[in-house]
Design a protein around this ligand. Sequence first.
Ligand SMILES: [Zn+2]
Length: 180
Amino acid sequence: MSRELNTNDGFDLRGSPGKGEGIFATKPFKVGDIVMVGIIKEVLSGNHTHASQISENEYVFHAGLISKVSHSCDPNCGIRVNETGAHDFIAMKDISVNEEITFDYAMRNYTIDHFPQQCMCGSKRCHGRITGWKDLPDEKKKEYEGFVAPYLLELDAKHSCDKVQDIQNDEVKVKSKDRK
Ligand SMILES: [Zn+2]
């Protein structure tokens, strides 16, 4: 058996009703298990429909079936960066056989450029539209803690610094006006 087949152990590609293709578990997983191992196939120069964003300006294609994993607003997997810089999918919940493997696109993309706004995940907790990390509610960000691409948190930190900087600049402007 080839290495490729071994790394696909535990899941396969199936048609999922009304949503096209999806990845389904062929064995049970427990919280914290690595469900899918990420392998970078190609580094891209920009965003693309099936690309994974791995840093502020880096997009890659993952090998194997990772690009086929569907979005859910109530996902059972999250992302952890492995030693190659690729995204492993880690179980956030126990997953049973025949359950679809899902993650939230917001765990990987700061903004969503290539997906329809309307979400079809069908979960009870569906937000109605697919958003990037940037537009995810704070409580959702908390829930996903430890299961998202780390660069998203760096961008958040950077953007909140920008905001503080803007406020400080505004204050300076106000003060200089007062002086006149
Ligand atoms: Zn949804």
